[in-house]
Design a protein. Structure first.
Lengths: 393, 160
């Protein structure tokens, strides 16, 4: 027998696998689960975008793209960021097309973080930041954002977490799983701390188009003196319902992008060609689709937030992404108990808040990336569950 | 079409309270809007969408193409009115193209519909010809899929 343990990389071994697999396995085995657990759009990619992909396949455009992505696409991305968020990036040196936003995040960590570096990560947040820090040899410093702050990152908490070793701040807003956003004033306070302490910001803006209310998303890169210390991550998955196409990008200072490009070049070569052609079409003619989907999400968001508050699970109004993050502490159950019982008794799947960091205890993530019909049934079942819980069943 | 009508046309089962929340408007405003649409005849009713293919006694439907001679004074309206009077007729549409009216006709059996066409419809003064097409299966109706070709899942996977 071979002892594989001795071959495996200790650093990789030390990374824990995602804790909620077990829970997902239960959900996958059940037949009639009403799921509110999925973190991707329920919309299909708009037809004209799919059609462009098909057209280029028919024409046989099936070769590698340049390492950084097609110039045409990088130009469109650059125009898009200027048009939507008021920041300009040079398509030649400051733009890198990647396999989803996820690859871009991975590259940024590997290009920047090394042994001895501290990376500040606000939680609850998407699951990849801490493992990537560890895999790069750095140390993750977690900041717990709070319900009473509507899960925004507060400058004083950031200030308290900074040490001379801090190199990178992850800014994951609009946030998965809380739906929190950062408004201009919030970002300005954060920027002050970042500049004072000479940090770099990794701004994961993958949900930027899904921002509700009167103001649209603000990129921290658009603030004074932040452009030069921000790496922006974005992509097509959430805004254009293109998750399966696997296409994202990084924008930032040329010296950083150039190191990331090296990693991308040797590890990946280039992002999928068909997806890139489709993405050009998305950026050129997809504004209407984005608006239509945002409108639809917004309607669902209002319905779901109100539904949870009405059934006594208090829920701050999330202004971003497609998640609500109700507090379930009033049930006396832990997040995991709540989710397990809910799925066993009512066949409704939501994700324990603890999947996104320890401070997610007492909360659950509910995705409203589902049809109104589906959401209505799910809310009804959760309400029954709470009533039965209350009556001691 | 405004958002309120769009929601209602897909699903009229929302309460006015829910509609108010979804649209971010006061409930009174929603109630008034709906009342106005009803009184103006824009909202004509609220019906359940029934998949008759699932019923053993769901009956039969046919689409009938009708060619007619329009009247000098009233054009096609008089014929439309005549067709609307038949209980068997579900829908009446004036068409552009190779024929003048499309009717959706419902009966308990194919025989019922055949008799209706032969005895009642084709004998109406001004009807030049009819062409009857029986509907064999309903796949999608008023924007809703009646048949789900995918299995239970919507194709998305749980990943994290």
């Amino acid at each position: 027998m071979i002892d594989y343990e001795k071959y495996l990389n200790d650093r990789i071994k030390s990374v824990k696998p995602s804790g909620i697999r077990k829970f997902f396995d239960i959900a996958n085995e059940m037949d009639d689960v009403i799921s509110l657990s999925i973190g991707e759009p329920d919309f299909q990619t708009p037809w004209h975008i799919r059609d462009e992909g098909i057209r280029t396949l028919e024409k046989g455009r099936t070769w590698y793209s340049p390492n950084r992505g097609f110039m045409e696409l990088r130009e469109e991305i650059s125009k898009y960021y200027a048009r939507r968020y008021g920041v300009s990036y040079d398509p030649k040196t400051q733009t890198l097309v990647t396999v989803g936003g996820s690859e871009a995040i991975d590259l940024a960590f590997r290009a920047l973080v090394q042994k001895g570096d501290e990376v500040i990560i606000p939680e609850p947040s998407f699951v990849c930041y801490e493992p990537l820090t560890v895999m790069s040899g750095g140390t993750a410093v977690i900041i717990n954002t709070k319900n009473e702050d509507r899960f925004r990152l507060k400058a004083k908490d950031l200030e308290a977490a900074v040490t001379p070793k801090t190199k990178l701040l992850v800014l994951p807003f609009p946030n998965n799983p809380t739906g929190a956003i950062m408004e201009k004033e919030d970002l300005e306070e954060i920027a002050q701390v970042v500049i004072k302490n000479d940090l770099i910001v990794l701004s994961d803006e993958i949900y930027s188009e899904l921002t509700y209310g009167k103001n649209s998303h603000i990129s921290i890169a658009s603030l004074d003196n932040m452009y030069e210390r921000t790496i922006v991550i974005n992509g097509f998955s959430k805004s254009y319902a293109m998750t399966g196409w696997r296409l994202g990008y990084a924008l930032g200072p040329a010296p950083i992008i150039s190191q990331m490009t090296k990693l991308h070049q040797y590890g990946i070569m280039s992002a999928p060609t068909t997806a890139q052609y489709a993405a050009v079409e998305a950026l050129r003619n997809g504004d209407g689709d984005v608006e239509r989907m945002r409108d639809e999400y917004d309607m669902r968001r209002r319905l779901v937030v109100d539904g949870f508050n009405a059934m006594g699970l208090s829920c701050f109004e999330p202004l971003g992404a497609f998640y609500v993050f109700p507090c379930i502490k009033s049930t006396g159950l832990t997040s995991e108990e709540f989710c397990t019982r809910l799925i066993m008794k009512k066949h409704v799947a939501v994700v324990p808040g603890t999947a996104f960091g320890e401070c997610g205890e007492g909360f659950v993530r509910v995705s409203y990336s589902y049809s109104l019909d589906h959401l209505k049934i799910a809310l009804e079942r959760i309400k029954e569950f709470l009533e039965e819980l209350h009556n001691g069943n | 079409m405004d958002k309120l009508l769009r929601i209602l046309s897909a699903d009229s089962g929302f309460t006015t309270a829910q509609l108010a929340i979804m649209l971010g408007e006061p409930e009174d405003y929603i109630k008034a809007q709906i009342k106005e649409y009803e009184s103006k005849g824009i909202i004509k009713g609220y019906q359940a969408l029934i998949n008759r293919d699932e019923l053993s006694n769901g009956g039969v439907e046919a689409l009938i193409e009708l060619r007619v001679t329009p009247k000098k004074e009233t054009g096609f309206d008089e014929m439309a009115e005549r067709c609307m009077e038949f209980d068997e007729v579900e829908s009446v549409y004036l068409m552009a193209g190779a024929y003048d009216f499309a009717l959706i006709v419902r009966g308990d059996t194919m025989q019922d519909i055949s008799m209706f066409v032969a005895k009642k419809l084709s004998t109406v003064d001004g009807v030049l010809s009819t062409s009857t097409h029986f509907i064999m299966r309903h796949y999608k109706d008023r924007g809703k899929n009646l048949i789900n070709f995918n299995d239970k899942s919507d194709g998305r996977n749980l990943i994290l």
